[in-house]
Design a protein around this ligand. Structure first.
Ligand code: NAD
Length: 353
């Protein structure tokens, strides 16, 4: 099947081509991000393959549909950027890669927590400059600290077990309790209790209307003085301006973020020779107690291999008229409609939202 791949980086191409060893699919790689302007590049492709910062709202989906696209293969787990309601109405299949390597993200999260607790980022820079003093580098043990995890799915659970290995007390908040965690001594508490008791708060829930800006001025006010906040989930979980205010006042002791609400304009690009126009991001980068990475928690060989493998599986299943394993628009899990697809002018108004 012909597949247009968007937001392509060299590693995407390398791993997708390796996983497509039998040449079943014919990939065309575009560096451009999917948007209203670039959607026409997909004309004539029954399937497209996109990543976390591609725009897949109703307008874009309608354009893709008009160009003949019927399947979107996300090479990521999160799908908050896809207008699923519009996809349902257009009868477009959307599939993701739900669990390519949760270890990659949980291990990265632990790395960020240790980096901030022991100021490894500053230590590294200092010795590179020939400065071997320890002034200002006093850290904290994480052993015996309380860590609050919001979201205890695949990544949150692995993070909990790793933290228990360090001797942390782990508490959690989720809409569902994970028995594996309670069996191993993790206590589920209300979000308020978690915010009030945690020395370290790490976010592992999806971005949805009820989790948007769950870290904000009001919830920061409930936290312990000097709290560490870690976000490897989705940028929109945090009101970044409120976090900056918390850092300036000292209420927040340190922050690690791998995801940022406005990351789409900057992340995955080289800005080292340019002026960053985003003042909030630029301010974040000035704090000594902030570590920021560019949505890199997933970025391991293991994860890239698995993303490519599952993406190909999703594409092949769609091509064969089967239900892709990573299908996320569940109405389509009913048998595929046989009647002709609606044309653009027949679509309900809501499909264009
Ligand atoms: P998952 O679906 O296994 O777990 C998500 C958990 O969040 C579930 O247990 C769910 O019940 C819980 N949840 C849902 N709504 C909640 C709410 N309102 N309050 C508290 N908990 C709630 O997902 P996962 O694989 O563990 O991934 C977690 C997140 O990590 C994803 O949503 C994704 O955005 C992010 N992620 C980031 C990267 C990266 O590179 N930084 C890579 C993959 C995934």
């Amino acid at each position: 099947m012909k597949v247009a791949v968007f937001s392509t980086k060299p590693y995407d191409k390398e791993f997708l081509l390796l996983a497509n060893y039998d040449h079943r699919h014919e990939f065309q790689f575009f560096e451009a991000r999917m948007s209203e302007q670039t959607a026409r590049l997909a004309e004539g492709f029954p399937a497209i393959c996109t990543f976390v910062n591609d725009q897949l709202d109703g307008e874009v989906l309608l354009k893709l549909f008009g160009g003949g696209t019927r399947m979107i293969a996300l090479r990521c787990a999160g799908f908050n950027h896809v207008d699923l309601a519009a996809a349902e109405q257009l009868v477009m299949t959307v599939a993701r890669v739900p669990d390519y390597s949760p270890n990659s993200i949980s291990e990265f999260t632990i790395g960020m927590i240790l980096t901030l607790s022991r100021k490894l980022h500053r230590s590294f820079n200092r010795t590179r400059e020939g400065n071997f003093s320890l002034d200002g580098l006093i850290g904290h043990d994480i052993s015996r600290k309380t860590v609050g995890l919001i979201g205890t799915g695949k990544i949150g659970a692995l993070t909990a077990f790793a933290l228990q290995g360090f001797g942390c007390r782990v508490i959690a908040n989720d809409v569902y309790e994970n028995r594996e965690l309670t069996d191993r001594g993790v206590a589920y508490v209300s979000r308020e209790q978690l915010l009030g008791e945690s020395d370290i708060i790490s976010l592992h829930c999806p971005l949805m209307p009820d989790t948007h800006h769950l870290i904000n001025a009001d919830t920061i006010a409930l936290m312990k003085q000097g709290v560490m906040i870690v976000n490897t989930s989705r940028g929109g979980l945090i009101n970044t301006e409120d976090v900056i205010a918390g850092l300036k006042s000292g209420k927040i002791g340190s922050v690690a973020i791998d995801v940022y609400e406005e990351e789409g304009d900057v992340f995955y690009e080289d800005y080292s020779n340019k002026v960053i126009q985003d003042d909030i991001l630029a301010r974040l980068l000035t704090f000594p107690n902030v570590v920021l990475s560019s949505h890199a928690a997933f970025f391991t060989v293991d994860a890239l291999q698995e993303i490519a493998r599952q993406t190909i599986e999703n594409l092949t299943a769609f091509e064969q008229g089967e239900q892709p394993g990573g299908l996320i628009n569940y109405q389509l899990s009913r048998p595929r409609q046989k009647e002709p697809l609606k044309t653009e002018h027949q679509l309900p108004e809501t499909a264009t939202k």
